[in-house]
Each structure stands twice: as structure tokens, then as C-alpha cells.
Design a protein around this ligand. Sequence first.
Ligand SMILES: *[C@@H]1O[C@H](CO)[C@@H](O)[C@H](O)[C@H]1NC(C)=O
Ligand SMILES: *[C@@H]1O[C@H](CO)[C@@H](O)[C@H](O)[C@H]1NC(C)=O
Length: 360
Amino acid sequence: MMDTKYSKKPTRRINFLYILLSLFGVFIFIAYVAVPVAFKLSPTIRRHLLFMNYVNFQVNMNLSNPENEYKLKCTKVFHVDSSDGASLGVWHILPGSLVNKYCPTGFGKDLKDVDESRLFDDDRPIVLYSHGNGGTRGGNHRLGLYRLLAYGELDAHVITFDYRGFGDSTNMHPSVPGLVDDAFHMYKWLSSKVNHTRINIWGHSLGTAVSVALSKRIGSDDKPNTLTLEAPFNAVADAIREYPLAAIYKIYPLFDFFFIQPFDLPEYRLFDSQTNIKDVKFPILIMHAKDDAIVPFKLGHKLYESALQGYSGKSDQAKPVMIIYEEEHGYGHKNIYKDSLLTKIIIKFFSHQEIGQTTF
Ligand SMILES: *[C@@H]1O[C@H](CO)[C@@H](O)[C@H](O)[C@H]1NC(C)=O
Ligand SMILES: *[C@@H]1O[C@H](CO)[C@@H](O)[C@H](O)[C@H]1NC(C)=O
């Protein structure tokens, strides 16, 4: 009798502990066995980590309707062919100063039958933008940047596109060589319409690796004006190692074997920006915020150091510049476009003037 009376409480505690330990065990198993093994064995899972084309919070928005749905003015929508049969959805956002001339009704449909070469028949700079790894070219922070570039004092043409598998481009698996091909075909298309010395390449996040690979691939006869890299990383391996979610693997001895080695393939080396950037022989601007929680600041700084190594010091090559934003601004990974001084910096950079202050 005494026994049963007193054994009740401990049993309950043991049950509770047992459940807790089991849950902990399940977590450990998933985190340190199932996820690593799946990652190691499945190219599909790796692809889904690198290319988040399936993440799109604007499902009901129509990329064919940039004026109504994305509040852009005078934007031409069309497609450009890439390799492997991919057709890429593109926006040509006209400079603010040309809106009235080309779009009397305010809509890009006015542009339908105007040849692209004619639309570029002015002296405005041209930006070729390669976006990051999630969503479409219509993402909010991307729109913020386009508006700054096209409707601000810079008054630029913005050419922005979706890679294969993204947005309204051909629905197929993205891949590293595929994305670089896509950017390259965009560049070829653009330089068939305009003098390549007017083109400024701009990449954000994963798009920086695309843009550096593109810049390396462009021949010296076809050089653009500049390369701008917003929140870039130096190498895929470091981007994964420093990814915030990877913190739970900080003391996991097999991390490299499961998570880094699978990326040690020729196709991923195309994204080895810290090597590629040394071959880029036109002006380079890197921008990074210290409070970037997706791609840590130190990875952008490593890339800057590589760029400096590639700098010859000769007068025909501009010294790479890095713009650093302190944490207090709160720009993080996506919001550098909110800097009120950015337009002035870009105007100077595009016209090859000294930038002056580089830390804000
Ligand atoms: C998107 O807009 C275009 C042009 O206005 C229209 O032709 C097309 O049907 C729309 N697509 C969808 C899915 O609503
Ligand atoms: C392109 O522009 C540059 C610089 O303005 C000029 O030197 C060059 O001749 C132009 N090329 C062509 C094909 O017009």
C-alpha cells in the first residue's frame, strides 16, 4: 500500500523526462543525421537551398502588368532567349525623364512596337540587374532600388530579368551554369542594342556571384562601364558555413563533409567570386551593411580584399571601392537602397569620379 502511494509521483516525472529526452533525441537525429545525410545525397535538396525560386509571396501578381501591379511607370515587358531553350522574362524600366516622351498614357503598352535600339537612343546610363535567390524581379526591395535608379537623380534605364525557373521565365530547374548563361545572354542582347560602355552590371546577394561570373566571361572588347555588388559573398562554401541557420552546426565535426564538400564541383566553382573577381578589369563597387543577417558583412569584405588583389595599380584600372554601412541604419541584407546618399555615390561611380567617404 505504501509502495503504490509513493511510487506515483516519481513515475510521472520519469514519463515526462522520457518524453522530453525522446523529443530531444528526435531533434538531434533530424538535425545531425537526417538533414546532413539528405543534404549530402540529394542534389535536389541542395538546389532548393541555393535557388529559392519556389518562395514567392506575390503569387497573385502579374509580371506582365508592371504599372498596375508593381507601381512602375513606362516599363516594357518582353522575353530574351538564353541557352537550353530558356526564355527569360524581362522589364525595361525607362528613365523618369523619358516617361512623358515614350508613354503619353503612362503605360508600357505605348512601347509595344517601339524598337529597343530607339528606346536607348539617349545618353542615360543603363543598369543590368541580377536579383538574389528568392522570389521574382518584382520583389519589394528590388522595386525600391529600380525606382531609385530610374526615377531619382541618376535617371537610368533599368533592365531586370528573371533567371530560368523564376518568375515568368521558362519553368525549368535553375542551376549555377544556367544562371550565368542567363545573365550572359541578357548582356549579349543588351550590347547588341547599345554601346557596351554604357552598361553597368549590378548584382544583389546570389546575383552578385552571377554578376561576377558574367563580368569574368565578358571579353575585353565588350567591357561594360562598371560592376556593382550589393551584399555579396566571396564563395559558396563560406556563405553556407556562415549562414545563420548553420550556427547549430558550429561544433559538428562532420559539417564540411556533409554540407561543404557536396558543393566542391566544377559547376559551383563558377560562383567562386573571390577568384573570379581578380579577372574583372573594370571599376568595381562593393556595398555591405554590418547588420546583414543573411550574408555576413565579413564575406563581402573578403571579396573586397580579393578585388584589391586583382587590382594592378595601373592607371587604366580603377581601384575597387567598398561602401560600408554601420548597423545603426538597420539596412540589413535588402535595404541599402534606402540610403539617401546612395544616388550621389552611384552617379560618381558610374562617371568614374572619386567617391570620397566610404563608411556611413
Ligand atoms: C497578366 O497580364 C497580361 C497583360 O495585361 C494578361 O494578358 C494576362 O492574361 C495576365 N495573366 C494572368 C494570369 O492574369
Ligand atoms: C562606344 O563608346 C565609346 C566611348 O564613348 C567609344 O569610344 C566607342 O567608339 C563606341 N563604340 C561604338 C561601336 O560606337
